[in-house]
Design a protein around this ligand. Structure first.
Ligand code: ADP
Ligand code: MG
Length: 310
């Protein structure tokens, strides 16, 4: 008989604890400011319903609400990570449901935005460039910074038809500016396609083998924002200049889609470079390309120190 008695005693003891616990939890739950507010918003709820739903109210109380107690999405403490509890009343009954937390929404948005910058052969520091890190101490660069901000400001209302042609000497931060703009546009949900010009030429030439040239060219034609880095540094080929670059710029000009460029050369200097190809000096054709560049971008010189040795 002994084991039964002791089991029974234990059960009663536990039961006592259970009762005590229950009363304590009930008190705590009903004293919670958010639950108090919820109950006062629903004066029609009966005492019976409140007692019956105590477990739901307890669940609500124990979870972090809209990330209040979580540092970030990865550090979510809730039963359903990334979801916050919400209380509501349906036909006189208390219900609990879950909605996405702020941190989760932000995390999902960031993940979607990561896909908004596509790049071919761009260094990591450029892909991580931000306008906040632009160094203002160098006043010589102010006109370029002003243009950058003017573009962003316009883009908030709608994508401008003209990008910027940044030119200046090696290391002044031209490519960095492209990265900073692409990241700012990403926040506005505008996608950018960045490409390093010498690589672009190589890529298009190699795509002959697999017939994907048209597909690639189409992609560059239609990107929301196209960013061509280091124009003038590529090997000159009349075919690339007229058939590829020319057709991309022509399309974007007609569609009012902006293009950004960086170059070590001013537009006049670039015109000279584009004119001299293996087929001889072709000033008219080079002039046509530069004219299209002027249509899709405004030229801004970046003057400054070579930041690669700072
Ligand atoms: P460019 O394209 O004019 O030759 P880059 O944009 O590549 O020059 O810049 C040269 C180096 O200086 C890079 O390593 C870049 O990350 C850094 N840099 C350029 N501008 C800034 C800036 N505003 N703030 C911080 N680093 C910069
Ligand atoms: Mg560069």
């Amino acid at each position: 008989m002994k084991p039964v008695q002791s089991t029974l005693r234990k059960w009663m003891q536990d039961n006592e604890n259970f009762k005590e616990n229950y009363i304590k939890i009930k008190k705590e739950v009903l004293a919670d400011p958010e639950i108090k507010a919820f109950l006062s918003e629903h004066p029609g709820l009966t005492q019976k319903e409140i007692t019956k739903s105590l477990i739901k109210l307890y669940e609500y109380q124990s979870q972090s609400k809209q990330c209040a107690s979580c540092a970030s999405f990865g550090a979510c403490q809730n039963m359903l990570p990334g979801y916050s509890p919400v209380l509501h009343v349906e036909s006189g009954e208390i219900r609990i449901s879950y909605e996405k937390c702020h941190n989760r929404i932000m995390h999902e948005k960031q993940q979607a935005q990561e896909k908004l910058i596509q790049s071919v052969h761009m260094p990591k520091d450029i892909l991580e460039a931000t306008t906040d890190d632009i160094d203002y101490r160098d006043a010589k660069r102010n006109p370029a910074i002003r243009e950058l901000y003017a573009f962003i400001k316009q883009a908030e209302k709608g994508l401008p038809a003209k990008g910027i042609y940044f030119y200046g000497s090696f290391g002044v931060g031209k490519t960095y500016f492209l990265g900073a703009i692409a990241n700012k546009l990403k926040e506005l949900n505008i996608s950018s396609m960045m490409i390093y010009m010498p690589e672009f030429v190589r890529e298009i030439k190699s795509s002959f083998k697999d017939d994907s040239t048209n597909e690639k060219v189409d992609y560059f034609k239609r990107a929301d924002v196209l960013m061509i880095d280091d124009i003038g540094a590529e090997m000159q080929s009349a075919w690339f200049r007229d058939e590829i670059l020319g057709s991309i710029l022509q399309y974007r000009m007609m569609e009012g889609l902006p293009v950004f460029f960086t170059s070590n050369y001013s537009l006049d200097q670039l015109e000279g470079l584009l004119a001299s190809t293996r087929s001889g000096i072709e000033t008219v054709k080079a002039g046509r390309i530069v004219e299209r560049i002027r249509q899709v971008s405004s030229a801004v010189e970046i003057i400054g120190d070579n930041r690669r040795y700072l």
